[in-house]
Design a protein around this ligand. Structure first.
Ligand SMILES: Cc1cc2nc3c(=O)[nH]c(=O)nc-3n(C[C@H](O)[C@H](O)[C@H](O)COP(=O)(O)OP(=O)(O)OC[C@H]3O[C@@H](n4cnc5c(N)ncnc54)[C@H](O)[C@@H]3O)c2cc1C
Ligand code: SF4
Ligand code: SF4
Length: 414
């Protein structure tokens, strides 16, 4: 069992906030560290039982693939991509042109969130939006209307503690859906496995494919480069309004700036991806009902387009949602795809999944704690790598672990 500080200093925390939701804000606070990460700080007494309950749900201590009982018999399991229902794999977009335009890619997740509210299947959507007071930062939000969902469309690339109020949302006793990153969904699934209330109320888990969450420092660097102070911001939109859409920054004194996706992400050295992401064995949402991803051939945009997503359902729940949303006119399907198309759209995810087992072995060899990983096939995938790949990944991770690059400082408020 790991203490909260050990999870953080061991580089395993992604700042989802679920530990705070479980312990309560009087015993765990989420703080923004000087590195620009949201991290839990214990401010009250946590007994062994509390810590065991947190360890059982934290996506830093354990990461699991899909619950086999949720996967229909006609699903296919690809070694890299995990389970999916082949007939649901498609290029798609929101049917509503405004949703398509404002969404990160084709607006599929936003359209599905709106559809679930409109049909009354859920009463709320738990997801993420720009902080109203500090728009460079992201906060958890509970959308109750289709307009709310649209207002929270598009990707937020810094830290986002989407589950910090999970317990409060549960206590409202309303059926809801969660739209969040794969690690957040993994945490929700772990909570559902332990908590009957969560099993009853969380009706859908929808996710995106995730290349990693940056430190807030990445965004601060962008502001510094433009000579803008954070307190002067009225808007920091990372993406959307096109596919991928510009990063748009507006200030109180009427200045505005736009950066292309290439300006933001062209230089990988400046990404400032959080340590947990570097050892993420499931950035493709294996425990979600449905996945929505980018679908640029080769893995990156060559310019703007009208907005498209690669989508697929993993569970029967995801399949029936997708089929009904298409039949009722909320989503438009463009063409079918298969697992090899996903390889083409997401070459970085294929590389990462292949490297993961050896990276974790390297961390272990350097004496670091690693998460317990189940049903994600990482050892089997590593066994199919070309000679030398695993050794290089293992050595590299061991070196980085020894240099402290896979760990983090003990969190203090920034
Ligand atoms: C950190 C990050 C890394 C990503 N990396 C990749 C990648 O490698 N490959 C890829 O295909 N796609 C990646 N995406 C996803 C991509 O940007 C699109 O979000 C995805 O294709 C879904 O598009 P959409 O149009 O359906 O989303 P939308 O309809 O715009 O809906 C996006 C939803 O995600 C929620 N959300 C946004 N940011 C966050 C966040 N930080 N944490 C939790 N929930 C959030 C929003 O609240 C909204 O409900 C990443 C997204 C994020 C946030
Ligand atoms: S990953 Fe989430 S649950 Fe685990 S320590 Fe970090 S904030 Fe808490
Ligand atoms: S890479 Fe993994 S750990 Fe990092 S934000 Fe994405 S899903 Fe979470």
């Amino acid at each position: 069992m790991l203490k909260i500080d050990d999870i953080v200093t061991g580089g395993l925390c992604i700042g989802c906030g679920l530990c705070r939701a479980m312990a309560g804000a009087d015993r765990i606070s989420m703080v923004t560290t000087p590195e620009g990460r949201e991290r839990p700080v214990v401010t009250g007494m946590l007994c062994d039982e509390d810590l065991a309950a947190i360890n059982a749900v934290c996506p830093g201590t354990g990461i699991e693939g899909a619950d086999p009982s949720s996967i229909p018999a006609d699903a296919e399991t690809d070694p890299i991509w995990g389970p999916a229902l082949p007939a649901t794999m498609a290029i798609a977009h929101a049917a509503d042109p405004e949703v398509r335009f404002r969404g990160a890619a084709g607006g599929v997740l936003t359209a599905l969130g709106q559809y679930l509210l409109r049909t009354g299947e859920v009463e709320a959507i738990l997801h993420v939006k720009a902080s109203p007071d500090a728009p460079m930062r992201s906060v958890a939000t509970v959308s109750e209307t289709p307009e709310d969902v649209l207002a929270s469309a598009a990707s937020r690339y810094g830290p986002a503690a989407v589950l910090a109020d999970f317990d409060r949302v549960l206590s409202q006793g309303r059926p809801f859906a969660v739209i969040a990153k794969p690690c957040d969904i993994g945490a929700v699934r772990r909570a559902m496995a332990r908590d009957k209330r969560a099993r009853g109320l969380v009706r859908y888990c929808l996710t995106l494919v995730c290349g990693g969450a940056s430190d807030l420092g990445k965004s601060s660097d962008v502001l510094d480069g433009l000579g803008v102070a954070e307190r002067d911001l009225t808007m920091f939109r990372y993406r959307g309004h096109g596919n991928p859409g510009p990063t748009r920054i507006e200030t109180k004194d009427g200045r505005n700036f736009e950066l292309t996706y290439e300006d933001m992400w062209g230089d990988e050295v400046g990404w400032r991806i959080q340590p947990r992401c570097k050892i993420c064995p499931d950035a493709i949402g294996e425990s979600a009902d449905l996945v929505s991803a980018d679908c640029w051939p080769g893995g990156g945009p060559v310019g703007e387009d009208e907005g498209f997503n690669a989508v697929f359902a993993r569970t029967g729940t995801g399949r029936q949602l997708l089929e009904r949303a298409v039949a009722d006119g909320a989503l438009t399907i463009v063409r079918p795809i298969d697992f090899r198309d996903l390889d083409n759209f997401q070459p970085h995810q294929v590389r990462k999944k292949r490297a993961l087992w050896a990276r974790l072995e390297g961390m272990k060899a350097a004496g670091m704690a690693i998460p317990r990983i189940e049903r994600l096939r990482i050892e089997e995938i590593a066994a199919t790598n070309d000679a030398g790949v695993n050794e290089r990944e293992r050595e590299g991770a061991m070196e980085r672990a020894r240099n402290g690059r896979l760990g983090e400082p003990k969190p203090v408020p920034g």
